[in-house]
Design a protein around this ligand. Structure first.
Ligand SMILES: [Cu+2]
Length: 302
């Protein structure tokens, strides 16, 4: 048997393979593995990385990773828009940053006051003042056009086929699918609690996994109605580009259109009390057929 630092296993993509090969975690920082298991593990890691490019569901990042700097991969048109707007603005920002640094450098290192005693063209230069007022305004307007169109498209609700109500509680989420009811007139509603660390299976994400995931269909316009039963919460799933406050006594609505199947992770994003960090959101996007069978199974249970 051999002790391996947890860092070695921090890629959860590979962890799924580890689960299949029976590599089992024992404690959070150090795990005990036999040399044989590690050989198998390294081999499977290698094979998986060779094929990961073609194995599309595995190559998406739909949850927060340690030391992550960028966005999670988009699953909705809104999040695609957010990312491309961010990239466009980063380009403008870089150009301005380089230009301003260059001007500062020139002024600081090359300006000699004894040789340039006539500063009038710069400090009282009318042309220059007009230029440095109009140019930033023009840049801001160029940024405002795509920014506003994105903002309004986030608000757009296009004939939603499914409505899901998400209610924040201290400290769990309650979901209601009121579009459907069984013969007794009961609708689907349930609470979702975070899985405590000791109940996690190997490969499940700490602080992000819930006891039962909610299911939505792909390629469907879905309306989310978000509210709260006690204090302010916020329903947020980064891959969907959704972060909406859940306010007590008020219904907020937004829409999602999930483009690919997968499991998407999010968290409550409004400080809501002691267990604020322990009310994650997990959404499973499935094909329409699977969604219909999930709904019928839920209605039978209701
Ligand atoms: Cu909360």
């Amino acid at each position: 048997m051999i002790l391996v630092k947890d860092k070695f296993f921090n890629s959860s993509v590979v962890e799924h393979v580890a689960v299949n090969y029976g590599v089992v975690g024992s404690n959070p920082t150090w795990r005990v593995f036999s040399i044989f298991q590690i050989k198998k593990y390294k081999m499977s890691k290698f094979i998986l990385s060779c094929f990961s490019v073609f194995n599309s569901p595995r190559t998406f990042c739909d949850y927060a990773e340690p030391w992550q700097l960028g966005f999670q991969d988009p699953a909705t048109p809104v999040m695609e828009g957010v990312i491309s707007l961010h990239n466009d603005i980063m380009f403008v920002l870089t150009v301005i940053g380089v230009f301003v640094s260059w001007v500062l450098y020139r002024a600081y290192s090359l300006f000699e006051s004894n040789q340039n005693n006539k500063s009038v063209p710069v400090v009282h230069g009318t042309t220059l003042e007009i230029l440095w007022t109009i140019m930033p305004a023009a840049i801001l307007m160029c940024i405002a056009v795509p920014s506003f169109s994105l903002l309004y498209s986030v608000d757009e609700l296009i004939d939603p086929a499914v409505t899901i109500k998400c209610v924040g509680h201290q400290w769990y989420w309650r979901y209601e699918y009121s579009d459907y009811s069984n013969e007794d007139g009961e609708t689907i509603n349930f609470d979702r609690y975070m899985l405590p660390e000791e109940d996690l299976d190997f490969g499940q994400l700490r602080l992000l996994e819930v006891d039962n995931r909610i299911t939505v269909p792909v390629n469907t316009h879905i309306r989310l109605v978000i509210t709260s039963a006690d204090v302010l919460h916020a329903w947020a799933v980064p891959s969907f580009g959704v972060k909406l406050d859940a306010c007590p006594g008020r219904l907020n609505q937004t829409s999602i259109f999930v483009k690919r199947e997968g499991v998407y992770y999010g968290q409550c994003s409004e400080l809501c009390g002691t267990n604020h960090g322990f009310m994650p959101i997990v959404v499973e996007a499935v094909s329409l057929d699977n969604y219909v069978s999930w709904i019928s199974a839920k209605l039978e249970d209701a």
